[in-house]
Write a protein that binds this ligand. Structure first.
Ligand SMILES: [Zn+2]
Length: 267
């Protein structure tokens, strides 16, 4: 783990890249901030999480870091111990942004598990239209363990667009929390999509027919392979993290629109 701290006092805000070693955008964004960020108020923690996995260009070396929280410092698996070390560094932060990319197509979006005031500020302060409420899904991710944290899916894995968008969104996040004062922060209403269930993948040639946040009509097939044909028996379902090759065990997550998040301070 690489940790660079800038500034002093509160608020303490963290940006974490490289949770997954096959997603180079997060590390690139954190390195750019290390080069040029001037903190106007409070503290910024800049973290590159999984350096061995980044070096090897793999998602993880022994276990998926974003499925290991809260972790265990005494564990044998590298990422299980790393999760506990990361948690110790980030514990008590006022706001945390974890940078990710994926195999699914744009638009970029954010993910949270609990809607705190800090999370509201982060989500509405970034230039994204959708946020996924993952509160009903797995409890071993960073955003389910650290209450002020939000994950950003910045774009397609390995793309320059993901680095450019991720950097723009990260700077907006730093402005929203008052640690970067080069421009006024801007807040906009964001649509909430609640993640309800993972869509399992079996084996053979995978096919996915709907894109992220595109409503799947009742009776239509979202995805199929040699084992599964996932046909919808209800209306109002939108996919999240939809991809054919992105994950070994799932095609994505079924979600549904659940209203909007208003900017901080609005009535
Ligand atoms: Zn990731």
């Amino acid at each position: 783990m690489k940790l660079v701290e800038r500034g002093s006092g509160r608020p303490r805000v963290a940006v974490v890249g490289g949770i997954h070693g096959d997603e180079p955008a997060g590390e690139a964004i954190v390195e750019r901030l290390i080069d040029r960020l001037e903190v106007d108020d409070g503290t910024v923690q800049l973290v590159v999480a999984n350096e061995p996995a980044l070096e090897a260009g793999v998602r993880y070396t022994e276990a998926d870091l974003n499925r290991q929280f809260p972790g265990d410092v005494d564990a044998d698996a590298y990422e299980t111990a790393l999760a506990a070390r990361l948690l110790a560094v980030l514990d008590g932060a006022d706001a945390i942004l974890a940078l990710h990319t994926s195999h699914s197509v744009p638009p970029p979006f954010a993910i949270y598990s609990r809607l705190t005031e800090s999370v509201r500020r982060t989500v509405t302060g970034m230039p994204i239209e959708y946020v996924v409420d993952a509160g009903e899904l797995r409890g071993t991710t960073m955003d389910s363990t650290l209450p002020q944290s939000v994950s950003l899916e910045a774009g397609r894995q390995g793309s320059e667009e993901a680095v450019a968008f991720g950097l723009e969104a990260t700077e907006a996040f730093l402005r929203a929390h008052g640690v970067l004062a080069d421009e006024e922060p801007t807040f906009t209403e964001t649509t909430i999509v609640k993640g309800h269930e993972e869509v399992p993948k079996g084996g053979g040639e995978p096919h996915v027919y709907y894109r992220n946040f595109e409503e799947i009509p009742e009776g239509a097939v979202f995805a199929k392979d040699d084992v599964y044909t996932h046909r919808l028996d209800r209306d109002g379902v939108v996919p999240v993290l939809a991809s054919e090759e992105g994950y070994e065990d799932i095609f994505g997550i079924y979600g549904a629109v659940h209203g909007t998040i208003d900017p901080p301070g609005s009535v």
